[in-house]
Design a protein around this ligand. Structure first.
Ligand code: SF4
Length: 478
């Protein structure tokens, strides 16, 4: 995949272009509507769904509050089980570690399990620069990669493509990447899936090294977990000799019992299934079975920055189910590319600014505004991330980051009001002149931009506290 999100325009510009694409809107409405309905049906079957959500949020919060200790425990148990643990501060360090492992075995290709985190760090591009081809093996990721495209959904990266477009991509690009599509390929989904299966099988059987992410990392045992639907992950995690897993530090869960909660929340929230078809777990190296060299790269890349944000740190609870994307009216109309990141939709609108910081990049600063604040994302989130509250807080951070220069009249007035309300003496003094002040303000041309769109009521003849004093709390009124 050579396409990149780097240099994408701010959300309003990108969204306008996306809205003009009627085919895209049709594809998105159909796909999100289908997944949304499936999710609603299977969630309604679970009586204790709300309790599960609360438990999921509580486990994540408790883990994040003690993250360092859980990570150290994870590292110790991984090491005991024969894995090599690496720590990466940022994308560059993580990419370097993966490339070095491949080069140490003189490899020029790796197979990949679908992983958001390796997209976040631009691993495929970094490996390509070192002469190493990274082959995506998830069907949707394969479509995106062959089409030189960008993912537009967390779970269904090619959600913006319909089957006719997918057929054309296979016909145009598959042969250059390996086994060509069968003669007479139609856009019948089973035929398209069979073409991808044959194409990928060659790669699975040839690969000496695989790269994965992890949905969860269990600290008490050093076990990594990948959940998936196609079985490609299982092939990558078991067939090659070398396995490198890049894991965001927020993926750690303390115990296997905690994992149980998330394995119940995730499939119903993401694919609308009661169970996901494949749950693969591995604990370091098992002699004679599976990869005999296992590396785990524990990645920060802005997560500790997000953790430091008191309101925003709840975003690190995210289990990447994508339910918030499927219910978001903004996402449904503009798709994922408009967010300019591998994390699109409501979670992307908070995660990107939290991990990258605000005030530097207009594209990142535009994301907290990419929402109607309708609250649908919060209602479906399996770990109860209050996305609207974080969005509002981030909007304030964006405004604060751009303060400076001559202060605006409104800002001065608000500062004055804050100071007045902070002191009973100052408030009493201001109340005496409120009627005169509001009358004057309505006539001042400088206030016209503000009063032009708002009512400025005339102050009362007598303030409440003056009335209270005069009447002894209402006892002598009249
Ligand atoms: S924010 Fe919640 S709903 Fe959205 S992807 Fe993350 S866990 Fe799923």
């Amino acid at each position: 995949m050579t396409a990149t999100f780097v240099g994408m325009p701010a959300f309003p510009v990108a969204a306008r272009a996306a809205l003009a694409d009627t085919q895209l809107r049709h594809n998105l409405a159909h796909a999100t509507g289908t997944i949304r309905d499936k999710r609603a049906r299977v969630v309604a079957e679970v009586d204790d769904w709300e309790d599960l959500r609360t438990a999921g949020a509580a486990i994540k919060d408790a883990t994040l509050a003690d993250l360092e200790q859980h990570l150290v425990e994870l590292e110790a148990n991984l090491t005991t089980q024969g894995a090599v643990v690496h720590w990466a501060r940022d994308a560059e360090e993580a990419n370097r570690i993966v490339a070095d492992v491949a080069k140490s075995h003189a490899l020029d290709e790796v197979v990949k399990v679908k992983s958001m985190v390796t997209q976040e760090i631009g691993l495929n591009e970094a490996l390509a620069a070192e002469g190493i081809a990274a082959w995506e093996t998830d069907l949707a990721e394969l479509i995106v990669q062959l089409g030189d495209d960008l993912p537009s959904h967390i779970l269904v990266p090619a959600i913006h493509r319909n089957r006719a477009e997918i057929r054309q991509i296979f016909l145009d690009r598959m042969a250059a990447a390996g086994r060509p599509p069968p003669e007479g390929l139609t856009d019948d989904p089973p035929e398209l899936a069979a073409a991808a299966r044959l194409h990928l099988r060659e790669k699975f059987l040839r690969a000496k090294m695989a790269v994965s992410g992890a949905n969860f990392a269990v600290a008490e045992t050093g076990t990594l977990v990948v959940v998936e639907s196609e079985g490609n992950g299982r092939m990558c995690l078991t067939l090659p000799d070398v396995l490198v897993s890049v894991v965001g530090i927020e993926k750690v869960v303390p115990t296997f019992a905690d994992l149980d909660v998330f394995l119940r929340l995730l499939p119903r929230s993401s694919t609308g299934e009661r169970m996901n078809p494949y749950t693969s777990t591995w604990t370091g190296v098992t002699p004679g079975d599976g990869p005999q060299e296992v590396h785990v790269v524990l990645l920060d890349n802005g997560r500790t920055r997000a953790l430091a944000d008191e309101v925003g740190r709840q975003a690190l609870r995210c289990i990447r189910c994508s339910a918030c994307l499927n219910v978001c009216p903004v996402y449904e109309r503009v798709g994922g590319h408009a967010y300019g990141s591998v994390y699109p939709g409501p979670i992307g609108a908070i995660l990107n600014p939290l991990m990258r910081g605000v005030g530097e990049d207009p594209q990142v600063d535009s994301l907290p505004y990419a929402s109607s604040l309708c609250g649908a994302c919060y209602e479906v989130c399996p770990v109860k991330i209050d996305i609207p509250a974080v969005l509002v807080d981030l909007r304030a951070q964006v405004v604060d980051a751009h303060r400076g220069g001559t202060p605006k009249l409104e800002a001065v007035a608000m500062k004055g009001a804050a100071s007045t309300f902070a002191s009973s003496k100052r408030l009493g003094f201001a109340e005496r002149f409120a009627r005169l002040g509001t009358g004057l303000a309505r006539r001042l041309p400088i206030a016209a931009p503000w009063t032009g769109a708002r009512d400025l009521p005339t102050g009362p003849v007598e303030s409440f506290r003056a009335w209270w004093q005069r009447t002894d709390g209402g006892n002598n009124d009249g």
